[in-house]
Design a protein around this ligand. Structure first.
Ligand code: ADP
Ligand code: MG
Length: 335
């Protein structure tokens, strides 16, 4: 019948059209979700909760003003008894053996509080190994490491860091996609007392901690000369500034001693001078003890009180820069 044919044709059209529309709906649904996600990423980077919190008018305390106010970066006095004669760190006969190779072969080192102590030597002489032994990354085959009157044997790197030993790495180690400020905040994480609940509920206690941490991080950035780049992604900073940021991060842990592994390598002459000024500032203004390792030594020798020279895992000289430079063996090996 014509009407029946027309009716089934109509039904087929409706069904076909309907299923097409349904397919399109599915496509559209994906597109709409995609757009929503993009919208959130671009316009609500702090998430919905963060957006609502801000909308309720809670100011973020991250002005440089605040940073300066908190630039009291003061490192706590290490409370050493005077009996130690101001010696903060002592390494006794350290041996670090890798298979048949002794990267350190009976090395002694004595670092006085509040000094900049240089550690120099040609490539492969054991400088980084010494640093890894001091920070608990390597457990020495034999010998002792005593810091602030306590033996560090058997402590993990984290425990040693908590006692006040901080470091930079020979290869810059930063969180590239995080801002300079956020990198320093990572170094400050140990100062947070709030648990997950505090963070999730954004309790007043957590907010106060967050505010103080940001102010302190800004103070540290200012100290290393990066305040104006606080919100720049770390990977976008020039190499020399990444070095400074790494020092800022290390300072966040409130160390008593800071170990710097070849921080001047790859810097321009002007950057090296600025870095040397900063390192002197660490001692003079923050009362920090610094162990400064370098392969190229000219600048270093002008800024350190004492210097240890390694060669093939052995100590070949130890003394003031002037004494060390007079030593023929040293000149041969590394200068
Ligand atoms: P430097 O920092 O003075 O250039 P290193 O301390 O890095 O020297 O290295 C000293 C020696 O120890 C080198 O010969 C190096 O190959 C070796 N070494 C360092 N770490 C290790 C390791 N984890 N395993 C084996 N050999 C190592
Ligand atoms: Mg090295």
């Amino acid at each position: 019948l014509p009407w029946a044919r027309a009716c089934s044709l109509g039904c087929a059209l409706v069904l076909a059209g309907g299923s097409l529309a349904l397919d399109q709906m599915t496509d559209w649904r994906l597109s709409i979700f995609g757009l929503m996600i993009l919208f959130v990423v671009y316009y609500l980077p702090d998430g919905i909760v963060g957006f609502v919190t801000q909308a309720l008018g809670r100011p973020r305390a991250d002005t440089a003003q605040n940073g300066r106010a908190q630039a009291a970066l003061a490192v706590e006095a290490d409370g050493l008894p005077d009996a130690s004669h101001g010696v903060l760190l002592t390494v006794g006969q350290a041996v670090m053996q890798f298979g048949g190779l002794k990267a350190l072969n009976g090395v002694d080192l004595e670092v006085r509080r509040g000094t900049i102590h240089g550690l120099i030597g040609p490539n492969g002489s054991g400088k980084s190994t010494m640093m890894n032994v001091l920070t608990g990354i390597y457990v020495p085959t034999s010998g002792s490491v005593v810091f602030a009157g306590r033996d560090l044997a058997g402590l993990t790197s984290a425990q040693i860091a908590a006692r006040g030993v901080a470091r930079t790495f020979q290869n810059v180690q930063l969180f590239g996609e995080m801002s300079a400020l956020e990198n320093v905040l990572v170094g400050l994480h140990h100062t947070f007392g709030s648990g997950l609940t505090g963070i999730a509920l954004r309790t007043p206690g957590w907010r106060r901690e967050e505010r103080q941490a940001r102010a302190r991080a800004l103070g540290l950035l200012e100290f290393v000369g990066l305040a104006s780049l606080a919100h720049e992604e770390a990977r976008n900073l020039p190499y020399g500034k990444q070095r400074l940021l790494e020092i800022g991060m290390a300072l966040a842990t409130r160390p008593r001693v800071l170990l710097l592994d070849e921080v001047a390598a790859g810097l321009t002459e002007a950057e090296v001078q600025a870095l040397a000024g900063l390192i002197s500032g660490l001692r003079d203004e923050l009362d920090l003890t610094v162990i400064w390792i370098e392969h190229a030594v000219t600048t270093l020798l002008r800024h350190v009180e004492r210097v240890l020279v390694l060669h093939q895992g052995r100590k070949i000289a130890d003394g003031s820069p002037a004494e060390v430079v007079r030593n023929a063996e040293v000149i041969e090996a590394s200068l």
